[in-house]
Ligand binder design. Structure first.
Ligand SMILES: [Zn+2]
Length: 865
């Protein structure tokens, strides 16, 4: 671990205003920069310490308030601390001064700092653009600055670029001056006070579509020239979202314009640069003839998430990275809330439970999890925070809190929080304080137990029935998957749990706050023996276990679809987790899964499918794998018959999602009819791509690959080369990971590291190959064989390296655990240290689970119940 203190800049001097000019060179991939930083010297000092990394400082001078200038004696660059220090031979007095710096840097290919992105234009010509990604700590790679979120300053940016290119930054263009020789200087209006990680500069051959929102804000969607019309879908929705957010926050969007820019090479999904949000193309561009329903939704989710950040994160910023979760959780929750408002028929909250609540519960059930509010100091630790705890557990607990306080009270508290801290910084406790004032409820006391503690509770529920009167006894204990290992010490952790329940005859919720080990509630049912469901709507961040009898009555309520949709989703997810943690037998989960044959909802099928796939990956190599497949075919047969292959008139968005999910599963379970039909449709696609609806292409490609040989394989690569829309390329690349022939999978992996695949997409190919039961071992082998290159490309990037490392977690033997452990001892991954520990924990749990369930599950399948 590096020296902690060195990573915070001294507080003697603060920036007030940056006047920054950058000249990127898209041929040599370098840039030059000039910067005047207006400073406030708070305490007299002989040195100025700023952040800088991979920059070369050419000259510097300090212009004093009295007109004199001071040249530093020495300029020290510290690569470890990522700082530049200007040392002076006499003390600089308190007051104002301006630091003038000339410097140069590189337009790197690592998707961070000021970097280059390569793409093919509409005529197949290779082109380059320059763009930025500064969160968390990479603004310092573009210019010397105080690169800490709580040190806000205003920025006047000038970009000197070739005359034929477009330059975009956070603020609107103020002036454009022709410098002759095909070069122009584009200057932008001065920004309000903001954090360095939210700045953005984008230079390239770009074009846009635009609209003016109701309140006068100019909204534009940008893409590489010729592709801008694919921004219409995002544009229409961004304008609608802006009205929603302006109204919700009570403070209108504070900048004069809001740009959304699609970048061909992009590490994350999108980045909330204030007024200039950047995206990967698949998260922003929509082609009505070639884009699928899930892309239509994903674009809404991402645009909405990033726009929520314009207030929460950008206008009010976290004091330090330990509160990163507040930014991300809030945007995850608020983003879906706004989409739900625009598209209630998408049932976003049911999808939220699958994508966020359950993802958070899954990761946070490991002993190697971490509290939402984490203590972080160095950049590697900060990057590690971008995980399902920060985004998903945080988002789910905010949703639980909103439910506990009431929607309007929650909003009132938020509005006063934003108003109080706008253009400044705040900590988590400031939000709790505002919500406490608005509600009069003990928000801090409740939320501290969720935010400061690792994990979450499992509620053991006992129903003591006397006719229709039921006494509900609830005991909370920390949920840990390693309960399975049978050696769990008595964990003293307790949570303040807002527990709610509903009954068969009364769908309205009854709630109670339980903060002790044990709690009790009382309820009256319509008839004796009626089912009772804890956590209706799955708004609580906890799991529930029932007695055998109560599980049975809930099973019946699943089969009859009497239980509401989100509760059906939650019930099987809890059961699967309880199986994995050894609280209930694997056979109990499979028995419950059987009751979902009448299911009709896309999200429920999606979540159940993922759990069954998890089970499948555990028993790969067991003699009864084929029995699980026939179980799967039987389970999915009814819904597959119902939705068929072709859309019916008047169908909704969720029907499209449903069809792709269930056909994909039916094929995965080796249903010959489904696989045949997929192949037939692929042949039609080869003749005429429009013959296969975009919603079905992913399934058709994937299932064709599953049974395909070399000829199909080669045609996928040809199609990938021809495709212009990146979404189509991604679908084809995904299919290239679904073959059963290991030689073909190896070839896909090899080519993923060549120039054939965009840098940003390689991790996706490795992760997807690892998810193929024929590819798990070779994906790991490939990752370790090429570790140096993966580490060079993604080691500093957060998301990608964590996803790559996490593939090890699906192994099921202790020998593999040892191998993985030894590998990372020799090849450390500082930005994914915790992910390594999580993967090792998962492997050991998998091995133990198999040991305990292998035979029982085999017998169950053999008896064909
Ligand atoms: Zn975000």
């Amino acid at each position: 671990m590096k020296n902690i203190v060195g990573f915070r800049l001294p507080a003697d001097v603060r920036p007030v205003r940056h006047d920054l000019s950058l000249t990127p060179d898209l041929e040599t991939f370098t840039f030059r920069g000039e910067e005047d930083i207006e400073l406030l010297v708070v305490n007299p000092t002989t040195k100025l310490v700023l952040n800088a990394a991979e920059l070369q400082v050419l000259s510097a001078v300090l212009l004093m308030g009295d007109g004199r200038s001071l040249v530093p004696d020495d300029i020290e660059l510290d690569a470890d601390a990522e700082t530049v220090t200007f040392l002076f031979n006499r003390e600089i007095q308190a007051g104002s001064a301006t630091l003038r710096i000339n410097f140069q840097g590189i337009l790197n290919d690592q998707l961070r700092g000021f970097y280059r992105s390569q793409y093919q234009d509409l005529h197949g010509q290779t082109k380059f653009m320059a763009t930025t990604q500064f969160e968390a700590t990479d603004a310092r790679r573009a210019f010397p600055c105080w690169d800490e979120p709580n040190i806000k300053a205003s920025y006047r940016v000038t970009l000197v670029v070739p005359s034929n290119l477009t330059a975009i930054s956070n603020m609107p263009v103020e002036s454009e001056i022709d410098l002759r020789d095909g070069v122009k200087a584009v200057s932008f209006i001065e920004s309000p006070r903001m954090s360095s990680y939210l700045l953005a500069f984008i230079v390239g051959d770009l074009a846009s579509v635009e609209k003016t929102a109701a309140n006068g804000t100019l909204v534009r969607v940008w893409a590489t020239r010729g592709r801008e019309s694919q921004g219409e879908h995002a544009l229409d929705n961004a304008v609608r979202l802006l009205s929603y957010f302006n109204d919700y926050f009570g403070i209108p969007y504070p900048l004069p314009k809001l740009d959304h820019i699609a970048i061909p090479d992009f590490a994350a999904g999108a980045m909330e640069n204030w007024g200039a949000i950047t995206y990967r193309e698949t998260a922003l561009l929509y082609d009505p003839n070639n884009s699928a329903a899930n892309t239509r939704q994903r674009i809404l989710e991402v645009v909405s998430h990033e726009m929520a950040h314009m207030w929460f994160g950008d206008l009010v910023t976290m004091e330090w990275w330990n509160d990163l979760w507040l930014n991300e959780s809030f945007a995850s929750w608020m983003g879906d809330k706004a989409v739900d408002h625009l598209y209630p028929e998408w049932h976003m909250w049911t999808q939220f439970v699958s994508q966020d609540t359950n993802a958070g519960l899954s990761l946070d059930g490991l002993r190697n999890s971490h509290p939402i509010e984490a203590d972080v100091q160095d950049p590697a630790e900060i990057r590690e925070l971008f995980d399902a705890i920060s985004y998903s557990k945080g988002g789910a607990t905010l949703r639980m809190l909103e439910e506990f306080l009431g929607e309007e009270t929650f909003r009132a508290g938020l509005q006063s929080y934003i108003a109080r801290h706008q253009y400044g910084n705040a900590e988590t406790k400031d939000l709790w304080a505002a919500l406490e004032e608005a509600s009069g409820l003990p928000v801090t006391k409740v939320m501290d137990t969720w935010v400061k503690q690792t994990g979450y509770p499992l509620l053991h529920v006992d129903l003591n029935r006397e006719d229709v009167e039921v006494k509900v006894r609830i005991v909370q204990r920390r949920f840990l998957y390693d309960h399975l290992l049978g050696e769990e010490p008595d964990d003293p952790t307790l949570w303040q749990v807002p527990v709610s329940l509903m009954t068969r005859s009364d769908g309205s919720k009854k709630s109670s706050l339980i903060g002790e080990r044990e709690g009790a509630m009382a309820v009256t049912t319509g008839s004796p023996g009626d089912w009772i469901k804890i956590n209706p709507g799955q708004t609580g961040f906890y799991r529930v276990n029932y007695s055998q009898t109560d599980w049975e009555s809930l099973r019946a309520a699943v089969s009859s679809l009497e239980l509401p949709t989100t509760d059906r989703l939650g019930l099987q997810n809890d059961a699967y987790a309880l199986t994995r943690a050894g609280f209930i037998d694997a056979t109990s989960f499979v028995l419950l899964a059987k009751e979902y044959r009448n299911e009709i909802d896309a999200s429920v099928w999606g979540d159940l499918s993922a759990n069954l796939r998890g089970l499948e990956m555990l028993i790969v190599g067991q003699p009864y794998l084929s029995s699980l497949h026939s179980f799967g075919r039987e389970l999915f047969s009814q819904i597959v018959g119902k939705v068929g292959w072709d859309a019916r008139p008047g169908e909704g968005h969720l029907d499209s999602l449903l069809r792709a999910i269930v056909l994909g599963q039916m094929g995965n379970y080796e249903d010959p009819e489904t696989l045949r039909e997929a192949r037939a449709r692929f042949d039609r696609y080869l003749d005429d791509p429009s013959a296969v609806h975009p919603d079905l292409r992913g399934v058709v490609f994937g299932l064709t690959a599953q049974r395909g040989g070399r000829d199909v394989y080669d045609s996928f690569w040809d199609l990938e080369k021809q495709a212009d829309l990146h979404e189509e390329k991604i679908r084809l690349l995904g299919a290239l990971t679904r073959f059963q022939d290991q030689a073909l999978l190896r070839e896909t992996l090899e080519r993923s590291l060549s120039g054939e695949v965009r840098n940003q997409d390689t991790p996706l190919i490795v992760v997807s190959t690892a998810g193929n039961r024929y590819g798990r071992d070779i994906a790991w082998q490939f990752l370790t064989d090429n570790w140096k290159e993966f580490d060079r490309r993604y080691g500093q990037g957060g998301f990608a390296i964590m996803r790559l490392v996490s593939i090890a977690g699906s192994f099921t033997t202790l020998e593999r655990a040892e191998e993985v452990e030894e590998f990372f001892q020799v090849n450390p991954a500082p930005s994914a240290q915790r992910t390594v520990q999580q993967a090792l924990e998962r492997i050991r749990l998998n091995a133990k689970w198999l040991e305990l369930n292998r035979d029982k599950l085999g017998e169950w399948f053999a008896s064909k119940p």
